[in-house]
Design a protein around this ligand. Structure first.
Ligand code: HEM
Length: 588
């Protein structure tokens, strides 16, 4: 993102690029069918400048071409057109920052394998948060967006109860989703208290708060929410939204603009309200802990003992499957009975940190802000795309609702087994991510020089510190590998369809783990990935059993040529302005 910081200064500098040429010649398709053979790589490695790319001007590099293609706001379209024009590998150079973009995930795998012990995290690019933590001496929050041993210490503290034992929150998430669904029709449609985008943001806040604190603040129900909780959810959303604007226009901070001041005000509110909520819960948890002391003999040292648990490998991260993650987590010896005392079944995340001991109350309080910033509106944005796809495709939604009713018979999802049984819902989420991902690229930066090889044996040199990306708008949207790529067709992810394309280039374009979900891969994979999948699954299962969700204006459908919204790059991709929807009770 830092590459783009000066882009607004040069918005007027634009020259048309040469006419599009196809990036998918028969020769290129053949390359994807070839296995990558590192041993047979040509010895000379290409650098960014030798990769296909637009004309590179002095100082500004390829920025004029970037702006001509749409600039930061149109990041998704920029990479779609770059893929069409240059194919599966291309370079960019914005204001002196070089970047190689690959579309073949097998090349990206090689980069991932070289990420080392303390990799660079995607979270490090969100500089507004880093600046805020630094300016407010929030050293523990800062650890989450750092690298090296300090990052690892932080991740070791928080990983067990969020990444590994994610499923233990299912009951409280289900209870929260049941409440959310009860008020959905009234809030969004009858009383029109909340636009559907705010409703989703509040639902995400309620679900993550339930994980953090053990109960939902019910902000998605305006009749029940307290003014403090409304203030809390609004501040969190506003700070997140402004961060997107600050990233695309760094001058806001430099000039101390009203927008930047607004960011600080909302971060201050989030920190203050999180601190108050956290302290209250810590006090209660400490009381409870005192009365359970005899049954809680676990120390944080036990948790990190070699062989018992490693914060970044007991994660099942490459599979991206929360169910696999919990099995792997248990497989490495995590004895959940020890951590979750049976006389109170579902302690909150805060309560567990208190129970484990080893973390000061100040640290526990400070841990919340980065989690709220990373864990609430990210989920809301991804849900935003999912429900937009559902509302745009009423037949798909009706089929999914039938599947949910047949499988769950009206019940809430409270167990891993139920989650596993919802295969068609999983396919719908997978298809939503393919067609409308919340980011157009996966990004990695290596700390050491590396060389990677593509499908035709060409090698590429990647210097330490240079950003490399995987284009999510290349192969998954390419009609050479994906039938009717612009349509929402979850059946393409049915077990039969997946089995039928095994060993073909389409398998790489559709089923490669790099394309499976929006949480990144490797050691810096999203801490909340499994919790987020659980939240989105449980909520979708509840809402779609109860409600038919439709667009107020059907012309706003994703595939409609007359829609008025655009896909814009903020902190994540959003549909802007998000179209209005209505909730109609589903016939039982
Ligand atoms: C659908 C919702 C979410 C999406 C799309 C998402 C996406 C991501 C991505 C792409 C990364 C960077 C991965 C990398 O560096 O390779 C990340 C990191 C992170 N996410 Fe999420 N996330 C979501 C939900 C959550 C939730 C619910 C939490 C709450 C615990 C969370 C906490 C974090 C944290 C703390 C990091 C930094 C991890 C590290 O650097 O070790 N995220 N997320």
């Amino acid at each position: 993102m830092t590459l783009l910081r000066s882009s607004t200064l040069l918005a007027l500098l634009s020259v048309p690029s040469e006419a599009f040429r196809s990036g998918n010649s028969p020769q290129q398709q053949q390359q994807l069918a070839n296995p990558i053979n590192i041993d047979k790589a040509q010895p000379v490695a290409s650098t960014v400048s030798e990769a296909p790319m637009p004309f590179k001007w002095p100082i500004v590099g390829t920025l004029p071409d970037f702006m001509w293609r749409g600039g930061v706001d149109a990041m998704r379209e920029v990479h779609e057109s770059m893929y069409r024009e240059y194919g599966r590998v291309y370079g960019m150079s914005l204001m002196g920052q070089d970047e190689l973009v690959f579309s073949d995930p097998r090349v990206f795998d090689q980069i991932l394998r070289k990420e080392g012990k303390f990799p660079v995290g995607g979270a490090e690019t969100v500089t507004s948060f880093i600046d805020y933590y630094e300016e407010n001496d929030m050293t523990y929050a800062l650890q989450s967006v750092s690298r090296g041993a300090v990052w690892k210490d932080w991740r070791t503290d928080v990983n067990p109860d969020l990444y590994v034992l994610w499923d233990t929150y299912l009951p409280v998430i289900a209870e929260t989703c049941s409440k959310i669904s009860k008020s959905a029709g009234r809030e969004v449609t009858e009383m029109e208290n909340l636009h559907v985008s705010d409703f989703l943001s509040r639902a995400a806040f309620d679900m993550f708060s339930a994980v953090l604190y053990g109960e939902s603040p019910e902000t998605s129900d305006t009749e029940k929410a307290t003014p403090e909780d409304i203030e809390f959810v609004k501040a969190t959303k506003r700070a997140f939204d402004i961060t997107g604007a600050l990233i695309t226009n760094p001058l806001e901070k430099v000039m101390g603009s009203d927008l930047y001041k607004d960011f600080v005000v909302n971060m201050d509110k989030t920190v203050k309200l999180a601190s108050e909520s956290g302290m209250e819960r810590i006090a209660k948890a400490s009381e409870r802990k005192a009365s359970h002391e005899s049954s809680l003999e676990v120390t944080s040292a036990e948790l990190t003992t070699k062989g018992e648990y490693d914060s970044t490998n007991g994660s099942g991260s490459s599979s991206g499957c929360p169910v696999a993650a919990i099995k792997e987590g248990l497989g490495v010896g995590l004895n959940r009975e020890k951590f979750i005392p049976s006389d109170y079944k579902n302690p909150s995340f805060i309560e567990r940190l208190v129970n484990r001991g080893g973390m000061s109350n100040d640290k526990i309080v400070e841990a919340q802000t980065p989690l709220l910033m990373a864990g609430v509106d990210t989920t809301a944005y991804v849900m935003g795309w999912f429900y937009l796809n559902m509302a745009s495709n009423p037949d798909v939604q009706a089929k999914l609702a039938d599947h949910l009713r047949e499988t769950l018979k009206g019940a809430d999802v409270t167990t891993v087994e139920q989650m596993e049984s919802l295969k068609h819902l999983k396919a719908c989420f997978r298809e939503s991510h393919r067609l409308t991902p919340a980011a157009p690229m996966s990004i990695k930066t290596l700390e050491e020089d590396a060389v990677v090889v593509d499908g035709d044996g060409r090698s590429y040199a990647i210097p330490a510190g240079q950003r490399t990306s995987l284009n999510l708008r290349g192969l998954p949207m390419d009609p050479s590998y994906v039938d009717d790529p612009d349509s929402f067709v979850p059946e393409r992810f049915s077990p039969e369809a997946v089995a039928a394309r095994k060993g073909t280039p389409s398998e790489i374009a559709l089923d490669h783990p790099a394309f499976r979900d929006p949480f990144g891969r490797g050691k810096r994979r999203c801490l909340g990935a499994n919790v987020a999948v659980a939240e989105m699954t449980v909520l979708a299962a509840r809402l779609l059993q109860d409600w038919e969700i439709s667009l107020v204006d059907p012309n706003e459908a994703v595939h409609s040529p007359t829609k008025t919204w655009k896909t814009k790059q903020k902190l994540m991709l959003i549909a802007d302005p998000y179209p209005a929807m209505k909730f109609t009770p589903r016939r039982k």
